[in-house]
Design a protein around this ligand. Sequence first.
Ligand code: GLC
Length: 607
Amino acid sequence: MKKVFELKTLYTQIYGSSQHVLSTYDALLEIMQKAKQNRKPELIRMDQNQALWYFSQDNIGMTLYVDLFAKDLKNLVDKIAYFKDLGITYLHLMPLLKPRNGENDGGYAVEDYRQIDPRLGSLDDFINLLDTYRHEGIRVCIDYVVNHVAKEHEWAKGALAHDKEKQDYFIMYDTDEIPKLYNQTVPEVLPIKCPGNFTYYTEIEKYVFTSFSDFQWDLNFKNPKVFNGMVENLLYLANLGVNMIRLDAIPFMWKELNTTCRNLEPIHDLLRMFHLIKGEVCPSLALLGEAIVQPEEIVKYFGSEDQSECEIMYNANLMVDIYNAFATRDVRLLNIDTNRFQIPSQATWMNYVRCHDDIGWGFNEDAIHSFGFDPFAHKQFLIHFYDGEIEGSFSKGERYQYNPLNHDARTNGTLASLLGLQEAHETKESFKRIEALRRINLAHALILAYRGIPLIYSGDEIATLNDQSYLLDPAKNLEGRWVHRPIFDWKRSKLSQHMGTDEYEIYLNLKKMIELRKTLPLLDGQASQFALDLNTNHVYCLIRHRENQSFFAMYNFSEFHERINVDHLRQLVNGTHYTDLIQGRSFNLNNSTIELSPYEVIWCKKD
Ligand code: GLC
């Protein structure tokens, strides 16, 4: 009841309290009521018993494209054995709602939120998959593209057919006067692929706000009907049995003139309302926010201790910090960022080292300054390190969206290609291969111990390399991100059973660490964590704590042997006798050093 009151307060704060708004608010309550009535008993049981499922250390995620991994949803149901073998308990299925035909930004241009992409199967296939997976203990997350719809969506079609009411669902102007004003302060998302923030549509003689591409129309959340409509879609998806919803591109959801139109305050109210609504209707649905923005803005999307927004956020910063540490052999940035934010107790991170997107090199500039580096120059260093141009680089990444005006760019590539395996194959130098394999294991070991849910990008578990075949496909060849979105290679995955192969080295180590993580409640999504500065900048030390229990992990980000002084560590953890669960070594912290080989990882639990 209190929550419904809060909902109304927020709703009227944003939209006012005119008669029109009050009746749209009533319509919202009706949408919620209906969704509540339609919720299946099995899902209601989950709401009652497993509302906080996403904190368990048993959650091991994988992101995949249904078509690239298994052709379609029916076949994906048959792949359960693969996930079970590795220990995967959570799947993020890349966009699978009906997209527009032709170029559709990898499915992020949705034509219909109530239908499945017909190439992947039917709605029944999807429901069947959700039911089967639920019984097998695998939870499912899908994308909910909340900022924009495809220009073929029924709302946009109405707008294009001159329906004034539907035109109000979008942000559009008769002349370019206001668009020009916006363009003065709003940065471009994809300056090369899609310059400017508006597209002119001759059929309606209007300039339409299109942040991502001409065919993705930004929604006008200043219109309460848009909010209601998007809530209705969200609850519909939740009632199919989806466990987590990935709210796509949330920083863009509100526009104001003379601002960057990023991370504006009202977005937090919108998300707070989403959270209240799902709390009333489907509490076990988790909201995952995607905001690839400055770290201090990302954490705001968790909301506060008593006013939640997204309970889980992508930890884009961690990914950048990990690559930064590999390139520089310096973990100071990682240390600072690990300790930088206190996140609410009911929130946690989604940690990953690769995903379907490029790596945007946003980092904590103050920290880089404090080390005596210039942030611009440092970013250029990372761009060039990872596109392999810098002498001594092990990376075979590819530059993406290079802007010749300011030299800004991002990076594409698979984990294995970015961390040296491709280079090792090309140069045929065996020590490089060993280093690369160790780096990949280290990266996985880090996301498996960091507070939150670890998310493996499908293919990384078998050391997939960059794939250039997208260049032959006219629907893909203008989009460099496809280089790390290849068809899953099932033949190659068999090699993970053959000792001595790359696939074996990566897969088995990952599988072993996943098994270990599941035995360690100290690695759940709520246990506190901090990074400890050591006597060497090459080694990252992560300590996890709960009550009187402690766990620590060390990660050597360099190709050198390291000797760690543990005097300080001894004072911060409970007890002195620890065993490394990965290699089985014992450590007595009363002795003053721990030795680590190049790129070695240890995960230490008290005896
Ligand atoms: C998110 C997706 C990205 C997509 C964009 C627009 O950032 O991860 O792939 O291009 O949203 O929907």
